[in-house]
Design a protein around this ligand. Sequence first.
Ligand SMILES: Nc1ncnc2c1ncn2[C@@H]1O[C@H](COP(=O)(O)OP(=O)(O)OP(=O)(O)O)[C@@H](O)[C@H]1O
Ligand SMILES: [Mg+2]
Length: 341
Amino acid sequence: MARKVKGLDVGTMNLVGATQADDGSIKIKLMRHCFLDVDVSPFTKKMLLQQKVQYVEMGKKVYILGESAFELANIMNKVIRRPMKAGVMSPNESDAAPIFGLLVEAVIGKADGPNIPCYYCVPANPIDADFNIVYHSGIIAGALKNLGYIPKEMNEAHAVVFSELADQDFTGIGISCGGGMVNVCVSYKTIPAVAFSTSRAGDWIDKNVAQVLGTNSTRAAALKEKGVNLKSPKNREEEAIGIYYRNLISYTLNNIKAKFESTEGIPQFPDPVDIVCSGGTSLVGGFIDVFEEELKKMEFPIPINKVRLATEPLNATAKGLLLAALNDEEIVQEERKKTTK
Ligand SMILES: Nc1ncnc2c1ncn2[C@@H]1O[C@H](COP(=O)(O)OP(=O)(O)OP(=O)(O)O)[C@@H](O)[C@H]1O
Ligand SMILES: [Mg+2]
């Protein structure tokens, strides 16, 4: 049996793990990237056991992981804790590193043998924020090593190209519209020609919608996720969501244009290419329609054939990371050696 290589999408809102099952199909496990700490007491432990909540005990605290943390935080009126902020690991979350390891284990498990690579994603360099990914990537690599994997880093939107543009020879534009950031990769035959990230993404919409409506971001996010269609807003709230979505999309497109025109040595795209959108932020109704409208308004430097949604927008990055791991030259050669022995 082939060793179980893994793909791990580390996102501000969700952790998504991808594994290949024995029948060749891809298995996805998604977990909300958050936790909640409560003081240990016989009462809390009994309650958590009764509720079948996923938790771990460390020192004097019980840490509740993932979706359960989110639900319990609402019931207990406590603030959820998130290891990541705006696309990267937050250095201010002091408990985050050990908890992060536990969350990752819940999603992909431990390595089931030596020398098993796990591809994980990192954002590309941001054009409108001041951070680098050194700390972020180091924390993820450390957690994966502790679980027995060989960590391998890959750009998030490049992973989207891997999962969604195989039929186009891995040529086209992959976009991951997440919670903390939008990641873009313009790829020519698997090679990224332009890759960058921006901080106008889901959280940015929530923050701005909350501000104009005089509410908080959590409520704004709930409004946004409950089934809005950008093309047919039913009230003032949905109109506000639509305005910020349109801005986010035109901002992203204008940045692709600017980057493309200012980068040297860009390949020519003789044939029109597809734009594939993925990530939770692309799930809103009418996303592709608005994207096409904004694209038509500008002179885009790359000929575009079609704008489409990824087959499974929330899983596209993890799937691409797994495909990259499965195509890892070192593994392929090792497996080949084994079968020719
Ligand atoms: N049905 C929906 N409609 C609109 N937005 C949604 C929907 N479902 C989820 N979202 C939004 O998608 C975002 C999370 O998407 P995703 O899981 O792709 O992000 P992430 O990978 O965790 O973050 P990042 O890549 O930016 O670090 C959040 O802003 C969330 O509010
Ligand atoms: Mg993401």
